[in-house]
Write a protein that binds this ligand. Structure first.
Ligand code: FES
Ligand SMILES: [Fe+2]
Length: 366
């Protein structure tokens, strides 16, 4: 294994497992997949402790407003859409538009008090997802992280746009994703195996992004990847390249290729991981994948693989990662003294992103 430079290991001292109690607010977060919003649905979310309701207006645009009626604080998400673009509160019928303003009071003189409004949030739709801006600075549409890999791809090569909730701080999930050595243990046989423990690790910083690559040569192909390649050689190179984009989305390219061949000649998928803090100990996790270097031409085989990749990834995240990360959260919370984690060679990615995120949080709070 290539050892990272010593400066990556010592001197960085994240003496706490988590960068304490703050969210980077002036940034875009995924509130939902595009397909989740529409057909008259009111979708409730908690993002950074704030209750939010999302819906699609008659003009097709998505609105995101506070999910707490200004009258007696009923969740607006229990109401319904009326007139194409307003929410009617299910309790006493006040109506709010997409800007959060109360536009109808059915009671008494029908006067609308000037205080009758709820908070609204900028929301845009890009890369098949709904992005929400939680900060007080003007929302900058140019800052949506690049997931163009999801655009204009045949649906059969894209897996289900899925989501789960993990009862843990979002930073523990970034740690998990920026250190894929865990695939050999936690996802043994599916996403990694004993052969992929020995990997060359490289870490680069690209602007504010952190890119962690792992390359294992002379490996048996892990289960999922073997299925992508009929008659694959018995030994292959397995590659992963994970890009963290502040504050909490990640894009991975992973696959297998002939030993020592360029990765572009191999097969695998782009894996999408979008993390949105619900609160300090709960995270909404959206994920999907897009195959590349497709080596299977039969439509039925490709449809079957589309389903299998979605199921396998959901299993890996919900049944393998989530229980581990949630247990880790409980262990961290139960500590009676400050924790000082060991920093190993595999932690160079997590250490680097924490340093960048820490600086961004500091700058925002100043
Ligand atoms: S709580 Fe919404 S109208 Fe009364
Ligand atoms: Fe994992």
């Amino acid at each position: 294994m290539t050892q990272p430079p010593p400066s990556e290991i010592s001197g960085s001292t994240p003496h706490q497992e988590l960068i304490g109690g703050a969210y980077l607010r002036n940034a875009w977060y995924v509130a939902a997949w595009s397909d989740d919003i529409g057909d008259g649905r009111l979708v409730a979310r908690t993002i950074m402790d704030e209750p939010i309701v999302l819906y699609r207006k008659a003009d097709g645009k998505v609105a995101a407003i506070e999910d707490r009626c200004a009258h007696r604080f009923a969740p607006l998400s229990m109401g319904k859409i009326v007139g194409g673009d307003r929410i009617q509160c299910a309790y006493h019928g006040l109506e709010f538009d997409g800007s959060g303003a109360c536009v109808r009071n059915p009671h008494g003189t029908r006067n609308i008090p000037s205080r009758a409004r709820v908070k609204s949030y900028p929301a845009i739709e890009k890369h098949k997802a709904i992005w929400i801006w939680m900060g007080d600075k003007p929302a900058d549409a140019g800052k949506v992280p690049d997931f163009s890999v999801l655009d204009n791809v045949p649906e059969v090569y894209t897996t289900k746009r899925d989501s789960i909730t993990i009862r843990a701080n979002y930073q523990l999930i970034i740690d998990n994703l920026l250190d894929l050595s865990h695939t050999s243990y936690l996802h043994d046989g599916i996403l990694g195996n004993a052969d992929t423990v020995e990997s060359d690790i490289t870490v680069e910083q690209d602007g504010d992004d952190v890119v962690v690559a792992r390359h294992a040569t002379n490996s048996a192909p892990p289960g999922m990847f073997a299925q992508f390649w009929p008659n694959h050689p018995p030994r292959v190179d397995k590659f992963t390249k994970m890009r963290w984009m502040a504050p909490s989305t990640l894009r991975l390219v992973t696959g297998i290729c002939k030993m020592s061949a360029p990765q572009e000649t191999g097969t695998g998928y782009h894996a999408i991981h979008m993390l949105t803090p619900e609160n300090e100990r709960s995270t909404l996790y959206h994920f999907t994948a897009v195959r590349f270097g497709v080596m299977t031409s039969d439509d039925n085989v490709n449809r079957d693989l589309q389903k299998k990749v979605a199921e396998m990834r959901r299993f890996a995240f919900a049944e393998q990662d989530a229980p581990m990360i949630e247990a880790q959260q409980r262990m961290i919370e139960s500590a009676t003294e400050p924790l000082d984690p060991l920093i190993l060679a595999i932690d160079v990615g997590p250490v680097r992103y924490k340093r960048i995120l820490g600086k961004m949080l500091e700058a925002e709070q100043r």
